[in-house]
Design a protein around this ligand. Structure first.
Ligand SMILES: Nc1ncnc2c1ncn2[C@@H]1O[C@H](COP(=O)(O)OP(=O)(O)OP(=O)(O)O)[C@@H](O)[C@H]1O
Ligand SMILES: [Mg+2]
Length: 101
């Protein structure tokens, strides 16, 4: 258990009639390069949105080895995610039309 950085258990996400993520579980070990693969619409981005706390799972949990030990990521507020050391990029890059660099 010690080397597990991120542990997803039985994640499901339902958008109305669409079951976007269906009972997904995986562990990511410290230092491991871990990839989600699947066809268009398989639910990959939705899983990233769960880790980022942009979405809340319909069922399931995500645990994360934070600076002070294991914590339940799915209980954290979205604004706390970056300070835990979790970052992500977005699939569709969009610049702010009226902002300067
Ligand atoms: N906010 C949302 N509201 C309703 N349905 C959604 C929402 N986000 C995703 N979905 C649906 O959930 C399913 C999974 O979508 P998701 O974007 O996670 O797939 P993906 O594996 O990232 O696909 P792609 O390879 O095209 O990027 C799709 O059927 C999608 O239409
Ligand atoms: Mg995607």
């Amino acid at each position: 258990m010690n080397d597990i950085l991120l542990s997803a258990k039985s994640l499901s996400v339902r958008f109305g009639g669409v079951l976007a993520v269906n009972n997904v579980s995986f562990d990511v070990k410290r230092g491991e390069v871990f990839t989600l693969i699947g066809p268009n619409g398989a639910g990959k981005t939705t899983v990233f949105n769960l880790i980022s706390r942009i979405y809340t799972p319909t069922t399931g949990t995500i645990d994360y080895a934070g600076p002070d030990g294991m914590l339940r990521l799915t209980d954290q507020a979205p604004h706390q995610i970056a300070s835990l050391g979790i970052a992500r990029t977005f699939q569709n890059i969009e610049l702010f039309e009226h902002a300067t660099v």
